[in-house]
Design a protein around this ligand. Sequence first.
Ligand code: ATP
Length: 228
Amino acid sequence: MASVPQHHPADPTDLKALKGRIPLLGLTGGIGSGKTAVSDLLGQLGAGIIDSDVIAHAITASGGIAIPMIQEQFGAEFIDPSGALNRGKMRALIFEKPALRKTLEHITHPLIRQESIKQAIKLAKADKPYLVFVIPLLIESGSWQGLLDHIAVVDCPESIQIERVMQRNQLTRAEVESILAAQASRKERLSQANTILHNDGDLMELNTEIHNLHQKIMEFKSNLASSS
Ligand code: ATP
């Protein structure tokens, strides 16, 4: 296997230019906890959404900026005929050799961050009331916390996460458990939460919590405006 290629990610401190001008909310939670359900509603309420998963998908789609590096690192057999990452094959490889997850993330994470910052600057210019960074590995990355004003964690018991993801992605229990094992523990995640969105009930209950969070961030925004 070739050594990991070097590249030049955007400086995360670029986001500092936005700090204090527009509320920056981080949204995280374990796999299948309900981040998309939350960000969809916050988006409907007007927030600017920057979703790391959507970006991760785009950079590994056909013609995506991560493709040449993935091909160099893992080999052409991990790229499908359309030029996109062969996700099934990569998932199987990482399931077999969990350490390779880090190798892939070493390529994708800087590119995702670079694109996130680009989108954030664009959305701030478009006059969104606040920005939501949906970052599954926010706690694990260790580098976002200082830049965000508020961290919201979507939470539910692991047993519910496993059931939801098995059903949604047609994965085996063992596959979902191996993904969970690579993520921060529920306890670690909750210890960094400013707001916990409980998602162990139905979507109506979750919606109430999301509206409360929206109100809280809008109040933070008016305090920002009155103090500037
Ligand atoms: P991932 O980390 O995989 O991106 P996620 O945190 O974004 O997942 P969602 O995609 O929002 O999670 O939710 C996972 C699955 O569970 C989806 O199929 C979603 O429709 C379902 N789901 C989420 N919340 C609830 C709920 N309260 N009741 C029933 N189903 C739910």
